[in-house]
Ligand binder design. Structure first.
Ligand SMILES: Nc1ncnc2c1ncn2[C@@H]1O[C@H](COP(=O)(O)OP(=O)(O)OP(=O)(O)O)[C@@H](O)[C@H]1O
Ligand SMILES: Cc1ncc(C[n+]2csc(CCOP(=O)(O)O)c2C)c(N)n1
Ligand SMILES: [Mg+2]
Ligand SMILES: [Mg+2]
Ligand SMILES: [Mg+2]
Length: 329
């Protein structure tokens, strides 16, 4: 590894990152650590996800959107536990293409989402790498003691719901790579969903006490529901035709000659950052009311049964999928 870019390193921290720092706990990004007092009655919730150029974002993605995707992917994990976001630690592994304007854009993206989601920077690390750029964030959030939702509480008889629409992230990647022949506005809207997913933080907190299990969809709907099924010791049956689609995704689906294969792409492609949740019949109406109140689409896509694994149906017929979601293998 080459030495860190000394001049750029401290200029970046002091000029670009320090204005984003928490006024009380980050010690001006000029000490070795951040110091955070504990919050009586609350649990501290921590999560970490990294994003890598060429793996999670494209080399020509604007750096403000890369910063936002980084925060949002992590905020989505906090949302899935029903936590209130608080702050974050940030590691920047800048590549040679990240000059001052790109770093400024990255900091602008952070500032936008700090304001939007109520988080502040607590500290981090800044290095230069000869390889592709990558970034990681450790998000911190609060939950009233003992109230974290888990992946493991789904019970036979529960209904399975998903927020928003599924498949736009994967389609957006195709769009951003110029692989989709849809109208330019649709291509742009999908690429935007890929670059800037919308974590369901407010909804996650609102339904915290009403759901039996919840997780966010990052790898792909089917694969991520597999994690819920495994953690819960139950089976999940998914009706693929029910999975909610945006108008752009519907238009794309209708342009395909093999609808089952196309649907498989949407439900296994990942990059959705929506929430999947399981709900007992008793609490379904209350969960739907929360979604209505927040003007958030919420769709029933399947049910929890005794057994193991996820089985997909398409129009009532069992369907064997050739993949379930993204893995780093
Ligand atoms: N290198 C690691 N060290 C410690 N724990 C890890 C490591 N990698 C993953 N984990 C833990 O493994 C679990 C599953 O991680 P995973 O990244 O699949 O979940 P996720 O963040 O919800 O999904 P995604 O990364 O697709 O958004 C989490 O509890 C995570 O903290
Ligand atoms: C350029 C490019 N190629 C492919 C993908 C798809 N992708 C990569 S990682 C991942 C799962 C979530 O990440 P993780 O599990 O690491 O948190 C998905 C769906 C992408 N986003 N960008
Ligand atoms: Mg992860
Ligand atoms: Mg995650
Ligand atoms: Mg993953």
């Amino acid at each position: 590894m080459p030495a860190v870019d000394a001049a750029g390193e401290f200029e970046t921290i002091q000029k670009l990152l320090r204005p984003l720092a928490h006024p009380d706990y980050a010690r001006g990004l000029a000490d070795d650590v951040a110091v955070l007092p504990s919050r009586p009655g609350f649990d501290l919730v921590l999560t970490k996800d990294a994003i890598v150029e060429g793996v999670h974002f494209l080399p020509d993605d604007p750096l403000d959107t890369v910063a936002q995707k980084l925060l949002r992917a992590n905020l989505s994990d906090l949302a899935s536990k029903g936590a209130e976001p608080f702050g974050y630690l940030l590691a920047c592994h800048w590549s040679p293409r990240c000059g001052w304007p790109e770093r400024e854009a990255f900091a602008e993206g952070l500032a936008t989402d700090q304001a939007a989601f109520g988080v502040q920077l607590l500290g981090g690390d800044t290095v230069l790498t000869p390889g592709p750029a990558s970034f990681s964030a450790t998000l911190l959030g609060w939950l009233p003691k003992g109230e974290a939702v888990s992946r493991g509480g789904a019970r036979p008889g529960d209904a399975v719901y998903v927020t928003g629409t599924i498949g736009d992230g994967w389609l957006g990647l195709q769009a951003a790579q110029g692989r989709l022949s849809l109208e330019p506005e649709r291509v742009e809207a999908l690429a935007e969903r890929y670059r800037r997913p919308v974590p369901r933080v407010v909804f996650g907190r609102a339904v915290r006490g009403l759901v039996t299990a919840m997780m966010d969809v990052s790898d792909g709907l089917v694969g991520d529901l597999g994690h819920v099924a495994r953690a819960s010791g139950a089976a999940i049956t998914l009706d693929l035709e029910l999975t909610p689609r945006s108008a752009a995704a519907q238009a794309w689906l209708e342009s395909r000659t093999d609808p089952e294969a196309a649907l498989e792409r949407l439900v296994t492609g990942g990059d959705d950052y929506e929430l999947v949740l399981t709900v007992s019949p008793r609490d379904e109406a209350a969960v739907k009311r929360e979604a209505d109140r927040l003007h958030l689409r919420l769709t029933r896509i399947g049910e929890v049964q005794a057994g193991a694994g996820v089985s997909a149906r398409y129009l009532g017929q069992a369907l064997t999928l050739s993949r379930t979601g993204w893995t780093h293998d």
